[in-house]
Design a protein around this ligand. Structure first.
Ligand code: SAM
Length: 360
């Protein structure tokens, strides 16, 4: 059963249905989508009809390879925000994943306004668009396994409502960069992803012969969306997610919007979830209850909410991700940490901890 937890929730429980294995870096993706959904849905509440669309929804739960913990996938993360969206649309092509997602949504989120679409989203664009009110503000998460998708479908969805923001996973390092010679030939899936064939000429005529193929394509993707009035997302606003062990780049997570507000919100998310948070997540720490200071999104003090039990203890990187301006100082070899402001005033500290600051 998935506990009725709010936005800070990252964890579910094995319910006997399909739980696919994922790489450890997936946690970084979930942090970013969780923070963005939380900020977006709260900021736009009572201003817009807010619609969350997940084109590659998955089964709703997953498990990091080699670990026992079960993580909420993007659709359930979006359902768990403090100010739920007015409507949710989830598409999933794999029948077993779809069936697991449907069961989980019906069992745990029955009161939310959810539309489930079985099959490839490309084959249901009209259906998806018909479920989006014209005056709504849409956050559309695009989370494919690889580069095999057609940007024209996003351009079509972009016309469904007054505002459609895309949070896209661009699997350029994982897929595109490993197959450069193949993709340089005509009629590759990169043509569909970028939406033109002229990128090849620009690549061949590039002035910097050391230019990175993935970075080049990320810019081309942004340029292509700018043809339908999207602001051109610069590379530095795209989060590069890397493997935890070897620091190998995997993909970009990038926001695409016609409106500057989305970039302001995304910048906040990037600030909270700084690069350090996207590296080593394994060392655990125990932290004393904060004496004062802000409560960051995604983290609550277990003691402050007695009804909701802690699920796990925060790691240094969890906290680094939300307190970008704080430094973490190891106190001893047993991985107990103190947290300092830059001014050196202790905000959190303790060894052993009196109470744990926990993420639920
Ligand atoms: C990387 S997983 C996404 C998982 C999910 N977003 C999450 O964060 O938990 C991609 C998912 O999209 C599904 N999928 C692949 N192609 C699809 C398509 N054309 N339309 C809808 N779903 C698709 C796959 O079966 C898989 O479950």
């Amino acid at each position: 059963m998935i506990s009725p937890m709010k936005n800070e929730t990252l964890f579910g429980e094995d319910d006997g249905l399909l739980i696919p294995d994922v790489g450890p870096w997936t946690e970084d993706k979930f942090d970013l989508i969780r923070l963005y959904c939380q900020i977006f849905s709260s900021a736009m509440k009572n201003k817009w009809t807010r619609v969350y669309v997940d084109l590659y929804a998955g089964s709703g739960l997953c498990r990091i390879k080699g670990r026992d913990q079960v993580l909420l996938g993007s659709p359930l993360i979006a359902l768990s925000v403090d100010a739920p969206f007015d409507r949710y649309i989830f598409c999933e092509s794999d029948p077993e994943r779809f069936s697991a997602l449907k069961s989980r949504v019906e069992k745990n989120y029955a009161k939310h306004n959810v539309h489930l679409v079985a099959g490839k989203f490309e084959e249901h664009i009209n259906d998806i668009c018909s479920k989006i009110p014209g005056k709504s503000l849409v956050l559309c998460f695009v989370d494919p396994f690889d580069c095999d998708f057609d940007i024209d479908n996003l351009k079509t969805i972009s016309k469904c409502a007054r505002g459609v923001d895309f949070l896209c996973l661009l699997a350029l390092q994982m897929d595109a960069k490993r197959n450069v010679p193949h993709y340089l030939q005509l009629d590759s899936k990169i043509d569909r992803m970028i939406g033109n064939t002229t990128w090849r000429t620009r690549w061949n005529e590039r002035t910097d012969i050391h230019e990175d193929f993935a970075k080049f394509l990320a810019r081309e993707f942004a340029q292509s969306l700018s043809e339908v009035e999207y602001l051109e997302t610069p590379l530095h606003q795209m989060r590069e997610v890397k493997t935890l062990d070897k620091n190998v780049p995997l993909y970009y997570l990038a926001m695409f919007s016609k409106n500057q507000t989305a970039f302001k919100l995304w910048a906040q998310v990037l600030k909270y979830s700084n690069k350090a948070a996207c590296s080593n997540r394994r060392s655990k720490c125990h932290l004393a209850q904060p004496s004062n200071g802000p409560t960051p999104p995604g983290i609550r003090c277990a003691a402050a909410r007695k009804s909701a039990p802690a699920v796990r203890t925060a790691t240094p990187n969890d906290l680094r991700s939300v307190f970008a301006e704080f430094q973490v100082i190891p106190l001893n070899k047993a991985s107990t940490f103190a947290w300092y402001r830059k001014s050196s005033r202790i905000l959190f500290g303790g060894s052993p901890p009196r109470r744990s600051l926990s993420i639920r």
